[in-house]
Design a binder for this molecule. Structure first.
Ligand code: TQI
Ligand code: ZN
Length: 274
């Protein structure tokens, strides 16, 4: 680890206000904020030596973490706090994604089957979109999904209306669209199972903007079924609101599934030309 920048080496009296600070002084503050994780590339672009938006956001985050008044400027209280001796470890890890995880499957090979289909979409379309939704995850982490006709599978998929035998009844059109159970030990015998509310206006057709895109919701639910909770990252598939079709994983979703299962293994990508 690099040596933490030492703010007390700077002359505090000279830099009570960010607008009065020289490029070198601002650079010093930025190094300090970067060292402890308040300034990170993923939070936005930085102009080195300039008190820009990224720096101001980092200062606000720092103030918030230290219980200081959140002014966004380098006031005396903030500079004094920075000048105090402190632990050299980061406060905000660069690894911290916005994703959350709950539990994971122990084996990389997961099986699934359908207990019922929808009245709104053809069976072949559902099977294709479910395979595609699983594929989004298996492309990015060390998991593989296989449909089988066996009784005992990991993930049971069904369409149901209202009460459907799991104490979490569906609520008719709109509201809850679907739910999935996390991997064991969560969910007991229901672990991994994924239920879709058949009262929704499901569509398999990307150009049908009135309907709810089944593939998008299935991919989100399968994120839960493999152990991801919701993400704080807007634009992540695991962000907890539906804003239309999103048939891809965002970087945060990829970081989330890889944190649970690691990247895809060589055998998974054996069919890629090398
Ligand atoms: N269903 C909720 C969801 O999947 C149910 C739920 C809430 C849940 N918290 C959970 C399931 C934690 C497992 C674990 O988020 S939903 C969206 C989104 C829903 C919502 O019907 O509200 C999607 C289903 F993100 F768009 F709001 C799919 Cl994509
Ligand atoms: Zn969700």
């Amino acid at each position: 680890m690099t040596t933490p920048p030492n703010i007390s080496q700077m002359s505090l009296n000279d830099m009570l206000y960010s607008r009065d600070m020289s490029g070198d002084e601002i650079h010093g503050i930025q190094s300090y904020l970067r060292h402890y994780g308040y300034l990170q590339d993923r939070f936005g672009a930085l102009h080195d030596g300039e008190y820009d938006d990224a720096t101001e956001k980092a200062v606000r985050l720092y103030q918030c973490c230290f219980g200081l008044p959140v002014t966004g400027s380098l006031d005396q209280a903030t500079l004094c706090e920075m000048a105090k001796p402190r632990c050299g470890f980061v406060d905000i890890s660069p690894m911290d994604g916005a994703f959350t995880t709950v539990s994971r499957w122990e084996q990389p090979e997961l099986t699934y089957k359908f207990n019922s289909f929808s009245t709104k979409m053809a069976q072949a379309d559902i099977e294709r979109d479910v395979a595609a939704a699983f594929g989004l995850w298996s492309e990015q982490c060390d998991l593989r999904f296989t449909m089988t006709a066996d009784d005992a599978v990991d993930i049971e998929i069904e369409f149901a209306q209202g009460e459907h035998g799991d104490d979490s009844p569906f609520d008719g059109p709109s509201g809850v669209l679907a739910h999935a159970y996390f991997p064991p030990p969560n969910g007991g015998p229901l672990a991994g199972d994924t239920h879709f509310d058949d009262d929704e206006n499901w569509t398999c057709n990307v150009s049908d903007t009135q309907g709810i895109d089944f593939l998008t919701v299935a991919a989100h639910e399968f994120g839960h079924a493999i152990g991801l909770g919701h993400s704080r990252q807007r634009g992540a598939l695991m962000f907890p609101s539906y804003s239309g079709t999103q048939r891809f994983l965002a970087a945060d979703d990829i970081a989330g599934c890889q944190s649970l299962y690691g990247p895809p293994t060589a055998s998974t990508s054996a069919d890629c030309p090398s």
